[in-house]
Design a protein around this ligand. Structure first.
Ligand SMILES: Nc1ncnc2c1ncn2[C@@H]1O[C@H](COP(=O)(O)OP(=O)(O)OP(=O)(O)O)[C@@H](O)[C@H]1O
Ligand SMILES: [Mg+2]
Length: 506
């Protein structure tokens, strides 16, 4: 007999029992009722050897969607779409698949775990308590739940292992199908300031990956391994007593692939990106709130950290000195300055953001800073522990060029490659410029035309570099000559005054 039919029969039996129970409750004293109840339980469990566990969709007072329900739904959708006969199709937000199929209400499927058979049923109970009442409003939504049924002899296996397995699997499938998101912080002033959430997002669709990223193979591998180690390092971080987070500092000239690498990292890790615009953050308190609102499995990015705030000298200025400065200003001027300054985030606020006790909330977070000028940054900001790994992205070398040639022209070798290799050694050109020159400018341009374009561009860049160098040298020489003349003058003046002293002339 099918489980569904069995339950239908059980339903009518239950209705009779409920009726008898109501009569029984009315006419029998409480102590007798308790005794009869315990016997009934024993009797039913003897004849009905199955255990049922329900997982309601909503739990708690705040009607939060149950995480377990969502995981089970994902797990069953992946497993039921080929076994269940009635399926429900839904467009699910943030999922890569346009349509997600899951089992329909009152549908039932079986699953197998270590040779043990279990039954899953999707059910719902109507919450409308007055079925015949007339109302202008539609009846409230039904309460959905999943019901798991299994034989009582497998109680331990199911409750200790199987349910855990289903939840884990569900989570993993969801994270694989998840659409990545790119968040940015809302400005704290104006209408956005009243928004309950501090971050707004769009779907992240950057196609960058480590395969298409142009850089030395060895360096790339090292970064990939570092990321992999971090991802699977939950126990390790717990063992060494460190918060599960890692900081990367990406530095190098403009157009060397810092932003591209961030996108590649997000795609590789399957983490959401939180692009933090520091100048829009009011103060340190708000910075902390933003941090708390980022969940685990996220990458927090602060681009061009050297330009975001004046973070270079603030920590060095002593508090006392600062107070003295402030006291001397008149209050009106001070208030205006505060207003103009916009963001009051300080270096110490940022240091605490990265490394303070709050930064440990949530875990599994990566923080990335990018800068064009690493020397401008306060050493405290980029010390290991805050920025654990410093990655330099530099001008295009031959290895990086080969990746770009493969991406843009689909070639791995060419007779012109050795020429380009030599020219790249002589000239500094960013991967962004190399990529631009490699891109065919019309449908008629073939591989060779593009490579020749690049060679030409490298030659022009070399000439420009030589001119710049000559100009720089000429400027330096001019400065030195000027200095020499000045030094001579000073020396002559000194000599003259010494003569005056010695000879006693006035
Ligand atoms: N290493 C690279 N690999 C692949 N493409 C690259 C690389 N570097 C630059 N590019 C190309 O050049 C463009 C600019 O690169 P990107 O924005 O990553 O530079 P950046 O280092 O972030 O520059 P900035 O310092 O100005 O922000 C990208 O769109 C990308 O196509
Ligand atoms: Mg950039």
């Amino acid at each position: 007999m099918m489980m569904g039919e069995l339950w239908q029969q059980m339903g009518s039996v239950m209705a009779t029992i409920v009726f008898v129970y109501t009569v029984f409750e009315k006419f029998f004293p409480p102590n007798l009722r308790d005794r009869v109840q315990s016997y009934t339980h024993k009797l039913t469990s003897h004849f009905y050897p199955y255990i049922q566990i329900t997982f309601p969709e909503f739990t708690g007072e705040r009607l939060k969607r149950s995480e377990a329900y969502t995981c089970i739904q994902t797990y069953l959708s992946a497993n039921s779409s080929h076994t269940a006969k009635r399926l429900k199709a839904e467009v699910v937000r943030d999922s890569q698949k346009p349509l997600v199929l899951s089992m329909d209400d009152n549908e039932e499927i079986t699953d197998d775990f270590n040779g043990v058979k279990v039954w899953w049923a999707a059910s719902k109970t109507s919450t409308n308590s007055q079925p015949f009442s007339f109302s202008y409003y539609p009846p409230p939504d039904a309460k959905r739940y999943y019901k798991l049924t299994f034989h009582k002899s497998h109680r331990d296996l199911i409750t200790l292992s199987y349910i855990h397995y289903v939840l884990q699997e569900g989570k993993e499938i969801a994270s694989k199908n998840r659409q990545l998101k790119l968040y940015t912080n809302n400005p704290s002033s104006g209408w956005y300031g009243y928004k309950s959430t501090k971050w707004s997002h769009v779907i992240f669709e950057h196609p960058a990956s480590f395969e298409t990223l142009a850089m030395e193979e060895k360096k790339k591998e090292e970064i990939i391994k570092d990321l992999e180690k971090f991802k699977g390092g939950k126990e390790y971080y717990a063992k060494i007593g460190k918060a599960w987070k890692r900081g990367y500092l990406l530095y190098g000239p403009p157009g060397t692939g810092k932003s591209t690498m961030i996108a590649a990292m997000a795609n590789f890790m399957n983490y959401d990106l939180y692009d933090l615009e520091l100048t829009a953050v009011k103060d340190n308190t708000e910075l902390r709130k933003l941090l708390i609102e980022t969940p685990s499995k996220s990458i927090i990015v602060i681009e061009d950290i050297d330009c975001s705030l004046d973070l270079t000298g603030q920590r060095k200025k002593k508090k006392k000195e600062k107070e003295e400065d402030e006291d001397q200003k008149d209050p009106m001027k001070r208030a205006q300055e505060e207003e103009n300054k916009g963001s009051k985030v300080t270096l110490s606020g940022l240091l605490n953001f990265i490394d303070g006790i709050w930064s440990a909330c949530g875990g599994e977070r990566i923080i990335i800073f990018t800068t064009n000028f690493i020397d401008k940054l306060d050493p405290a900001l980029i010390r290991r522990g805050r920025m654990d790994k410093h990655i330099e992205l530099s001008y295009c070398g031959f290895e990086a060029f080969k990746v770009l040639a493969k991406n843009y022209l689909d070639v791995e070798t060419h007779a012109l490659f050795p020429v380009i290799e030599r020219k790249l050694l002589e000239t500094d050109m960013t991967p962004a410029d190399v990529a631009e020159n490699l891109m065919p400018k019309s449908v008629d341009e073939g591989v060779e035309d593009c490579l020749l374009n690049l060679i030409k561009a490298l030659e022009i860049a070399k000439e420009e570099e030589a001119v710049k160098k000559a100009q720089e040298e000429a400027r330096k020489k001019e400065e030195e000559d000027e200095k020499e003349v000045k030094d001579k003058e000073v020396k002559n003046n000194e000599k003259a005054s010494e003569d005056v002293k010695e000879n006693g002339f006035h």
